[in-house]
Structure formats: structure tokens, C-alpha cells
Ligand binder design. Structure first.
Ligand code: SF4
Ligand code: SF4
Ligand code: FES
Length: 620
């Protein structure tokens, strides 16, 4: 559809049809003040801060034609003969919008004066002070004085705890409903609501425990006043005192972009950093409030070397020289594989690359791993390297025509912000099909939620592949893939009925999932911890399905693995895995106990703290 032409404060602008006036004005560099409107949520027109004059060409009711004036131009009429809320009014061709007339200014001053009637004006002790839309809009658009009596303000007990981490100051709340709408429409946890009427109108938590959501911290960002604050930042600093450093969350595989806001090198708060292809403007509460681990008092901040059985402080030079000479001696006396390396798969590629060079090129050791040798370790998964989602994949834009199969995974637990991305895909018309042996929140709102038997994941993956191979053959277009014949031979050994029986599902349930996968223009398979624990029996069969159908190697198609580390795929790609003849983490502990492993580099991991066995092996 062609763009719509409008004039805003004398500036012509063309915008896509359906754009609301607030967004259209931004294109014309005109600021319309808003409180309840937020670009990530549907407009509701609650606060009336965005009132503007909207003039449209007058239409003759008899002929339905535009009435022309004597000057040859269309006669204009004020829409509904009153001011309109710009956030809920879509533009139409020929519209003329005025945002600075006396009528508009009068309305803006009035809205702000009313909003402030019961506002406590405690900016000096409010955490939002300095980045508060209410402060800013009052300064730019508000009245200089209020005609209301200061003593007539409504007072509430302040603050109330909505949860262990979120506080509500009802006196500051302007009842814009952003927090309620975020929880309903974006997080999918409808745990907030309104209660009472009139001046007692207030936000409440409807859940037990209170504000039961993994995304609650986001409401403190989008609240346009200091009504919602989080326990992690309350009263720590004024916002103008902090310095923001861009960073990335390492708590899961989403890799949300964030800033570390610090004052005098001390962490004050974590804030989301906008990146539409990763996390938009959201963080989960773990990412926002679970980053203080690096302030641990037990953290080693200076090199320590062991002297007569005791660790004592040293210099970097001394420590590095000792390490270099000790490791060189070990290799000389006991061989290359007597040295090994363990490094966290949450570290960046540069560190992983340098570490691999050190272990394999400098010491010539094949023993390198990013796991800890715990019973919960998962096998190394190459599937995302082969058929991970293609370049330019953007989960923010896909919707209609997209099908995401979520299998053996709970995104809310394992990679929370992916849950928001999946909900976004659904809200734009895409489908999400969940296949799990356990219930998930995502399953409750998914297009289908197939419950398989405990341990039925491998059988399901095989049955899925079998059906996909048949469905692909039925299209008459077979890809020439290396190993396809072997896959077919393997599949022929299993009857579909027995696979379905093991998976605990019916043929119809499987068909629904396969049809959705085959017919979508964008097909993504997302698998998680349960799939990774089982290993190739699930992941490689899913990868084969993607390869055979060609649903990989292009944008918005392929696999997404919810890995344990923030950069497991980077670690795998950079060779942080045992090479031929080398030991994995588990084998390293055995070798250490037997005296074969003499030197171990450990970076970003705490094996002794996580595993008794590792602690004993390191002691040995
Ligand atoms: S708490 Fe904040 S976001 Fe929620 S309704 Fe009040 S002002 Fe709006
Ligand atoms: S979703 Fe994952 S990466 Fe994003 S903030 Fe939460 S833990 Fe961090
Ligand atoms: S921003 Fe338009 S009514 Fe609130």
C-alpha cells in the first residue's frame, strides 16, 4: 500500500498507512508528549497527554467527495470538533495535524496539572529523578504553577512491596497501565491489575507470590514515573552519577545486550541496551538483578601463589613466570597431554581462541574442554554449527508464515528472553508448536502443546525425521545430500508405530507438527537442555530434518539451541573440545587422580566448588 501523506506543524511527511500520529510526528521531527503510549505496546489512549488538533478534508455526505474551497484547496474540518489522542489516531491521506496551538497547549497543561494533583513531588528522593518522563514533560509542557491545594493530596502508605524485588509507590503512579499491559501482552504473565475507583485507584499484584513473573524488572524501565522501582537499584545512586558501559549478559544463550551502570567503579544497576535482533529493550530479572556475583568478597583480585602449602599474594609477573616454567617442565617430563585446559563457554570468542591456541599450539595438548565433568554435562553439539538459523535472522520481524517447533526445552527457564521473542512471533501471526515431556508456560499459549512420554524425545525426533523425509519425497523435490541414503536406511529400521508408541503420541499429533514445519515459509526448531542431555539422538535428527527440507542456511530458518553457556556455540566452533587422543573434563579428573595429568589451566570456571570429585582430583 502506498504511503500516506500528512502535514504536521507545517512539515510534510509520508508514512505507512496505519501509523499513529505520535509515530508519524517523530518522522517529521515533531515531539508529541506521551505517558501511556509506548512504541512496544498497543496504544490505549488512557492518559490524554498526546491531545492534538487533527484536521481532515471535509467530505460531502451526499457525494462522498472532498469539498473544495474557493481557493481550489480541500476545505478542512477539525476531527469530531475536538482534540484527538494522537497515539490512538491513525493517519489518513491529506490530514493536517497541529501540535502547538493554544487549544493543544491548554490541554497539555491541564493534563499535567491534574496528574500532579496527587503526585508527592518527592523527586529529590525518587530513583526515577533525572530520567523521569513526568519531570521532563512537566518542564517542557506543564503549567508553571498548580491551582490545587498541596494539602489536598491523596496519600498512600509508601512503598508497598509487590514482590521481593519490585516496590510500588502508589502516590507516584499516574495509572498509565504500561506495567499492566507489559505483563499481559509482552511477558504473558497477567499478574498486575487495577483496583478501586476514583482517587483510590491503584495498581495491585494479582498473583501469589506477588508479582510472579521472570520479567518484572522491565516494568521499572517503562514506568514513566518512579512508581515502580527495583530492590537492586533503590536508593543506590542518582542516575546522573552513573557511567554506562555496554556489555552482554552471560547468564544464558540469548546474550541480551545491557549496560553496566557504575559509580566510582562500583556496580549500581544493570539496564537493557536496545538491540532489536537480540533482546529489543527487555531483560529477564536474572539478567538484571543477578549480576552482583562479581562483587563477591571471595573473588581473587590479585595473583596468589602457593608457598609452603599456603596461598600468598604475588605479582602478575611472578605468577605468570611460575606458570610458564612449571607448565614447560611438565610437558618436558611427562608429555603434552600432561597439561590440559578448562575454560568457560560463557567467555567471548577472543578469549576462547587465545586459550585454544595456548593449550593446543603452545603446549601441544589435545585435552581441552568447556565442561566440568559433572553428571549433568551435555555432549558436544555440532548441530547449530551445521544448520543454525541463517544470517540476518530477525525474530523481531517474523510472524505470519513462521512456524517454530520448540522441543525438549523450556525457554522461560533456560533462556527467558526467548520466551518474549516467541510470544512476539505468535502475536504477529506466527505459530509455535511445543513438544515436551513436561508442562511449560509457553505450551499453554502455543498453537499446539504435545506432551510426549518421559524419555520419549529420541523416539519423537526419529519419528519427526521419518515423516519429514516422506513429506519431502512427496513434494517430488529431493535434495542431493551426502549421507541421505544412510539416513534413509537407518530410518527404515524403525517402524513409525513403534516410535509413536515410545514417544507416547498419536500419528495425528505428529502429523500436525510435521505439517506446520513443512508448510511454513520460515521454519525454526528450538531445542533445549533436555534435548542436549540426550544428545545426538535428538539434535542430529532435528538437524537432518532441517537439511533434508532445506529449512536452514537462510534467514529465519534453522536450529536454535538453548545451550548452557552464553557462548557454547562459539566455544564449539573455536575448538574448545577434546581433540583426538585428548581427555574431556570427566577424564581429566581420572587422569589427575592417577597422576597422569600434572598441569591444568582453568579459566572462568569453578570445578572444585561445583564437584566434590573435581575438588579431590585437584587436591591430588
Ligand atoms: S506503576 Fe507506573 S507503569 Fe504502572 S500504571 Fe503506575 S505509572 Fe503506569
Ligand atoms: S534472557 Fe538470558 S541473556 Fe537475557 S537477561 Fe536473561 S539470563 Fe541474561
Ligand atoms: S499517550 Fe496518548 S493517551 Fe496517553
Amino acid at each position: 500500500m502506498p504511503d500516506v501523506n500528512v502535514i504536521i506543524d507545517g512539515k510534510s511527511v509520508a508514512v505507512p498507512p496505519g501509523t499513529n500520529i505520535v509515530d508519524a510526528a517523530r518522522h517529521a521531527d515533531v515531539a508529541i508528549p506521551v505517558f501511556c503510549y509506548h512504541p512496544k505496546m498497543k496504544p490505549v489512549g488512557m492518559c490524554r497527554m498526546c491531545l492534538v488538533e487533527v484536521w481532515t478534508p471535509r467530505i460531502d455526505p451526499a457525494t462522498r467527495q472532498v469539498v473544495m474551497g474557493p481557493d481550489g484547496l480541500p476545505q478542512m474540518a477539525l476531527m469530531m470538533n475536538k482534540l484527538q489522542a494522537a497515539c490512538v489516531t491513525p493517519v489518513s491521506d491529506g490530514m493536517v495535524i497541529k501540535t502547538t496551538t493554544e487549544k493543544v497547549k491548554f490541554a497539555q497543561r491541564g493534563v499535567l496539572e491534574f496528574l500532579l494533583t496527587s503526585h508527592p513531588l518527592d523527586c529529590p528522593v525518587c530513583d526515577k529523578g533525572g530520567e523521569c518522563p513526568l519531570q521532563n514533560l512537566t518542564m517542557q509542557w506543564g503549567p508553571e504553577v498548580s491551582r490545587f491545594d498541596y494539602a489536598d493530596k491523596v496519600h498512600f502508605e509508601k512503598p508497598v512491596k509487590l514482590s521481593d524485588v519490585i516496590y510500588l509507590d502508589r502516590e507516584r503512579c499516574i495509572l498509565c497501565s504500561r506495567c499492566v499491559r507489559f505483563q499481559d501482552d509482552i511477558a504473558g504473565d497477567s499478574v498486575l491489575g487495577f483496583d478501586n475507583r476514583g482517587r483510590s485507584w491503584e495498581i495491585i499484584s494479582k498473583s501469589e507470590p506477588g508479582f510472579d513473573s521472570k520479567f518484572s524488572g522491565n516494568t521499572t524501565d517503562i514506568c514513566p514515573v518512579g512508581a515502580l522501582t527495583n530492590a537492586d537499584f533503590r536508593f543506590r545512586a542518582r542516575v546522573w552519577e552513573v557511567r554506562s558501559t555496554p556489555s552482554v549478559c552471560t547468564h544464558c544463550s540469548v546474550g541480551c545486550n545491557l549496560t553496566i551502570d557504575a559509580r566510582q567503579n562500583k556496580l549500581m544497576r544493570i539496564m537493557p541496551r536496545e538491540n532489536d535482533t537480540v533482546n529489543e529493550i527487555w531483560l529477564c530479572d536474572k539478567g538484571r538483578m543477578g549480576q552482583r556475583f562479581f562483587e563477591s568478597v571471595t573473588r581473587i583480585t590479585t595473583p596468589m601463589v602457593r608457598h609452603n602449602g599456603k596461598l600468598v599474594e604475588s605479582t602478575w609477573e611472578d605468577a605468570l613466570n611460575r606458570i610458564a616454567s612449571n607448565m614447560a617442565n611438565i610437558v618436558e617430563r611427562s608429555g603434552n597431554n600432561a597439561v590440559a585446559g578448562l575454560i568457560s563457554d560463557s567467555l567471548p570468542n577472543e578469549d576462547l581462541y587465545a586459550f585454544r591456541k595456548l593449550i593446543s599450539d603452545v603446549y601441544g595438548s589435545a585435552s581441552i574442554d568447556h565442561r566440568l565433568g559433572l553428571p549433568t554435562d551435555v555432549s558436544i553439539d555440532d548441530a547449530p554449527l551445521q544448520v543454525g538459523v541463517g544470517r540476518d535472522t530477525n525474530l523481531m520481524t517474523i510472524g505470519k508464515g513462521t512456524s517454530v517447533l520448540v522441543i525438549a526445552a523450556d525457554p522461560e527457564e533456560e533462556a527467558p528472553v526467548y520466551l518474549l521473542r516467541l510470544r512476539g512471533i505468535q502475536s504477529r501471526g506466527g505459530a509455535v508448536h511445543v513438544v515436551n515431556s513436561f508442562g511449560t508456560k509457553l505450551g499453554k499459549t502455543a498453537s499446539s502443546d504435545t506432551r510426549i512420554a518421559q524419555g520419549g524425545e529420541s523416539a519423537f525426533a526419529l519419528a519427526f525425521l521419518k515423516q519429514v523425509v516422506d513429506a519431502q519425497a512427496a513434494t517430488g523435490f529431493e535434495r542431493r545430500l551426502r549421507g541421505l541414503e544412510e539416513v534413509r536406511q537407518q530410518l527404515a529400521k524403525h517402524s513409525l508405530d513403534s516410535l509413536l508408541a515410545t514417544a507416547g503420541i498419536s500419528a495425528d499429533q505428529l502429523k500436525k507438527v510435521v505439517d506446520a514445519y513443512m508448510t511454513a515459509s520460515n521454519s525454526i526448531i528450538m531445542y533445549g537442555r533436555t534435548a542436549l542431555q540426550i544428545g545426538a539422538a535428538v539434535t542430529q535428527n532435528l538437524a537432518s530434518a532441517a537439511m533434508i527440507t532445506g529449512k536452514c542456511g537462510k534467514a529465519n530458518n534453522g536450529l536454535i539451541a538453548l545451550t548452557n553457556g552464553a557462548n557454547t556455540i562459539g566455544a564449539t566452533a573455536l575448538g574448545i573440545r577434546p581433540a583426538k587422543g585428548g581427555a574431556n573434563a570427566n577424564e581429566m579428573w581420572s587422569q589427575a587422580e592417577q597422576g597422569q595429568l600434572r598441569g591444568l589451566f582453568i579459566v572462568g570456571l569453578d570445578p572444585a566448588g561445583k564437584s566434590e570429585r573435581a575438588a579431590q582430583a585437584l587436591e591430588a
